[in-house]
Ligand binder design. Structure first.
Ligand SMILES: [Cu+2]
Length: 100
């Protein structure tokens, strides 16, 4: 039984998906996304200036720091829920993440 549970855990992590979100025109593209717990969010920066992506969600807290143009940064989704990701440099940028 233990082995079956372990196999399931390994299998589920193998199916983790990397969701690429672009930061372009001071906008997160897409601006809303549904993911599974264990998936990663990879933030690209296609603008010619720096961006940032952070969330204050307690269960999923992350902050990508200063992201230079062309520099992708990833964050793992740790817990289920709905939370917002914002850019500390451009307060109008908003991404809504639904994690199931
Ligand atoms: Cu920004």
């Amino acid at each position: 039984m233990k082995n079956i549970i372990l196999s399931l855990l390994v299998a589920s992590s193998l199916f983790a998906v990397d969701h690429v979100i672009d930061q372009k025109g001071k906008t997160f593209i897409p601006h809303a996304i549904t993911v599974a717990v264990g998936d990663t969010l990879t933030f690209k920066n296609s603008d010619p200036f720096a961006h940032n992506a952070y969330t204050d969600d307690e269960a999923n807290e992350f902050d990508t720091g200063m992201q230079s143009p062309g520099k992708p940064v990833s964050a793992k989704v740790l817990a289920a829920g709905v939370f917002n990701v914002e850019c500390a440099i451009h307060p109008n940028m908003l991404l809504e993440v639904t994690a199931k």
